[in-house]
Design a protein around this ligand. Structure first.
Ligand code: SAM
Length: 259
């Protein structure tokens, strides 16, 4: 966009790589019974293609300076709302009786990535979230046990979603060119294992990873360590293991054994 004063604080690096745009848009298999919600359409690089689908499309853009540009995209299935996505309530925009599945897509300031995912999960039941994120963050989200990037967010997200990396995205795919490389990942709804208490499970994960260098015995000092040891014995592990060695299934088993 000519003469546009890109705001760093709003993460305004607009996608110009047609290949990546096509990859993102074609990966969303929505139908005319579904709703797509785009967060941060910017100058409409993704919007212009998303609108060609049969689904309804609602976009949330915080920056009203983009109004003229975005309103050029005229289509019956498109609604653009010029609001801060973090301040709206998603429920207010979803007619539950009208839609089968809700697909989220966005390329947003990276510092609010986790807050956005939390908000989407709290306020809706997404079929899929397709987001552009910083490459290192993508590694953390998709990390498996025993890898350096495996952390509480990996376990939390992998409990809720099947996560796939769609593609890596070079800095040169944006204007202006950002400092970091990116990746597009897809979080797909999955059938979850039974948990006796989801809040206890989240707390257990958080506490287990609290000090990465410490083992479970130290991080989970206030828990029933004997029970934890008993559960882990089945997997050839004990409370001297570190959180980064434990699989999602093992965390679920420990959590259920404590409640
Ligand atoms: N989707 C476009 C693209 O791929 O070219 C623009 C992406 S740009 C990285 C991020 C966009 O999100 C910007 O247009 C910015 O103004 C918008 N944005 C930032 N924070 C937002 C928020 N809290 N709510 C809604 N939009 C936001």
């Amino acid at each position: 966009m000519k003469n546009f004063d890109y705001k760093k604080s709003l993460g305004q690096n607009f996608l110009i790589d047609k290949n990546i745009i096509n990859k993102i848009v074609s990966s969303i298999k929505s139908t005319n019974k579904d709703l797509i919600i785009e967060i941060g359409p910017g100058s409409g690089a993704l919007t212009k293609e998303l609108v060609k689908k049969e689904s309804d499309l609602i976009c949330f853009e915080i920056d009203k300076r983009l109004k003229d540009e975005l309103l050029l995209i005229n289509s019956n299935n498109l609604k653009i709302i010029f609001e801060d996505f973090m301040k709206i309530n998603i429920k207010d925009y979803i007619d539950k009786n009208k839609y089968n599945k809700i697909y989220f897509v966005g390329n947003l300031p990276y510092y609010i990535t986790t807050a956005i995912i939390n908000k989407i999960c709290d306020e809706s039941d997404p079929e899929e979230i397709t987001i552009m994120i910083q490459k290192e963050v993508a590694d953390r989200f998709t990390a498996k046990p025993k890898s350096k990037s495996y952390s509480s967010i990996s376990v939390f997200l992998q409990y809720n979603f099947n996560i796939i990396k769609l593609c890596d995205v070079s800095k040169n795919s944006f204007i202006p060119i950002p400092k970091v490389d990116s990746a597009v990942i897809k979080l797909k709804k999955r059938k979850k294992e039974n948990l006796n208490n989801i809040n206890h499970f989240y707390k257990l994960i958080k506490d287990s990873f609290q000090f990465k260098r410490k083992n479970l015995r130290n991080n989970l000092r206030n828990y029933d360590l004997e029970q934890i040891n008993k559960t882990l014995f089945k997997y050839g592990k004990s409370f001297t293991s570190r959180a980064e060695e434990l699989t999602l299934e093992e965390f679920i088993d420990i959590s259920n054994s404590l409640n």
